[in-house]
Ligand binder design. Structure first.
Ligand code: 5FX
Length: 535
């Protein structure tokens, strides 16, 4: 099918290679959803890779990786499922995708040739088994690179200087620091590396059968890119690892078409040979696109494996202490702010398991049974080494109303403490980088729980909108495919002109001003207690 002309039948496909699964959604030309939603869950659908929650954890408690071959196998499995369900691959005009941010894949010398020659009769898994220098890719949950972070900050003149240059101070999970660790620990493997990809550009490479460029938005999560010029920062490259620029390839703007799908996918699944791929990007940038966050003060909070808070931004103010500034995935000269928490859903689930017998209904009952403000009780639940703020030692810290440590809370107090603590932290750190929420779009699994959303609305003192949009990253990728395709047909068109449709967010929870007032002094206490833990 010829997709170069507008065709009402054309479809736009969005993939999301996230921590726990690979998903796909499709939209029609007019942005309406194409029925269906496909998913491959790594732990259960690909048990041979022995992941838990999609990852492998090292014995040090800090190293977290996942096998890139599993993501490639997941792509075949996903498309197999779609084909069996009758998905019309031949109608797809453009495809884009999303990847968990920061994770890196190390292609071995010669892998480009393997990609270009993919044989449609054999699964990717068999053809790419020898393509990687590192069989395990470090991912965003890894926090094993503190030494490399300090070295980068020292080389570039301190944390604020790194933030000014790259948009964030040095963070353990940021790709440059992971690359530095690999080049120091395994210099031969590093020397054998032909190309380093992010999870997003890795998945794009499979689709186009060639090395795909890293887009500027996901590239902002590496501590390697000049955030204002949107090019690799020579000083950061030099301080990270030898001969790095060639291994990274050049960056691309996020709306650019990067190639057509490889014959492998045409022959094996029935894609049209005209189907183009638009640069893949990170999950948070794609969610921003999926939620159409345009105005300053429009904030989204995604409650998933990681909890993230993000917003569009015109004037970046990089900070050494809070969050990240990324290049916008939808406006070529815009920015987005991002704050990420490693202790998201899995931590809430842990508390649910310990106080509510694994039942969300019971957890909600407990949450409602404790008063807003929790009688002054505050908790910090660090199941995973935390990113915001950087508390790497795991454990639960509970404080009574007089700020003295407590060893345990009642079940009601515990349930409320985990939820209130998470939102107090989000408000505290968002305000510190100048994000002042006017309204919040809540997404991700836990956004289905209205008791959790009520706490969010009251802590921030703004209305919270939630709807049936758990796949904002995959949807954002589909929107970006539509946008990139449109720009490719002629000259650049603003994203908001192509994707003008407001997201349908049905539920609105309005805050109770009396309760929000209660949280003001609690926020100050929370900040002081957090400071105490950090010290
Ligand atoms: C963002 O900086 C993060 O590290 C996480 O939200 C990952 O992108 C999750 F995939």
């Amino acid at each position: 099918m010829d997709h170069t002309n507008p065709n009402s039948q054309s479809l736009f496909l969005g993939l999301d290679c996230s921590t726990q699964s690979l998903k796909a959604v499709a939209i029609n030309s007019d942005l309406t959803p194409f029925p269906g939603e496909w998913n491959v869950h790594y732990d259960t659908d690909l048990p041979g890779y022995h992941t838990e929650g999609g990852v492998h954890r090292g014995p040090d408690g800090l190293t977290v990786t996942a096998p890139p071959l599993m993501w490639a196998a997941a792509l075949d499995r996903l498309f197999d499922r779609m084909r069996k369900s009758g998905f019309p691959f031949e109608l797809v005009a453009a495809i884009s995708g999303s990847g968990q941010q920061h994770g890196s894949v190390y292609w071995r010398k010669g892998a480009q040739r393997l990609l270009r020659r993919l044989n449609p009769d054999l699964p990717l898994r068999d053809q790419l088994a020898s393509a990687f220098v590192m069989d395990e890719s470090p991912i965003w949950m890894d926090s094993s690179t503190t030494a490399q972070c300090r070295a980068l900050e020292k080389a570039l003149g301190g944390p604020q200087a790194v933030a000014e240059l790259t948009g964030s101070r040095a963070y353990e999970r940021f790709t440059g620091n992971q690359i530095a660790k690999i080049s120091q620990m395994w210099p031969e493997r590093y020397a054998q590396t032909e190309r380093i990809a992010l999870v997003s550009s890795f998945m794009a490479s499979l689709l186009i059968g060639d090395y795909a460029p890293i887009d500027v938005s996901d590239g902002s999560g590496m501590n390697l890119m000049d955030i204002r010029q949107r090019v690799w920062a020579p000083a950061a490259l030099k301080a990270t690892a030898p001969a790095l620029e060639k291994k990274l390839g050049s960056l691309t703007l996020s709306h650019r078409v990067i190639g057509t799908v490889h014959n492998y996918f045409v022959r094996r699944y029935g894609f049209s040979s005209n189907c183009v791929a638009v640069a893949f990007s990170g999950d948070n940038p794609n969610s921003l696109a999926g939620l159409l966050l345009r105005e300053s003060g429009d904030v989204a909070i995604s409650l998933g494996t990681s909890d993230t808070l993000f917003a569009s931004l015109r004037e970046p103010k990089p900070s050494a202490s809070e969050g990240h500034i990324l290049a916008s995935p939808i406006e070529p000269d815009g920015y987005m702010a991002l704050i990420c928490y490693k202790n998201g859903s899995l931590t809430r689930e842990d508390v649910r398991n310990s106080v509510a017998a694994r039942s969300w209904t019971r957890f909600s009952e407990l949450l409602r049974a404790a008063p807003p403000g929790n009688g002054g009780h505050i908790g910090f639940f660090i199941k995973e080494p935390e990113i915001t703020p950087p508390i790497l030692r795991t454990g639960i810290h509970r404080f009574g109303p007089d700020d003295t440590p407590r060893s345990a809370f009642s079940p009601e107090t515990e349930a409320r403490a985990v939820v209130e603590g998470q939102f107090l932290s989000m408000r505290l750190h968002a305000e510190r980088i100048g994000i002042c929420a006017r309204s919040i779009l809540a997404t991700g699994g836990a956004s289905a729980n209205s008791d959790i959303l009520r706490v969010m609305a009251d802590v921030f003192g703004v209305p919270v909108h939630a709807g049936d949009q758990p796949n904002s990253a995959a949807l954002g990728a589909a929107y970006r495919a539509r946008h990139g395709w449109e720009c490719h047909r002629g000259s650049f068109v603003p994203f908001s002109e192509v994707v003008a449709k407001p997201v349908d967010f049905a539920t609105v929870i309005t805050p109770n001003p009396a309760i929000t007032a209660l949280y003001e002094p609690m926020l100050r206490r929370y900040a002081a207690l957090e400071e105490r833990l950090l010290n």
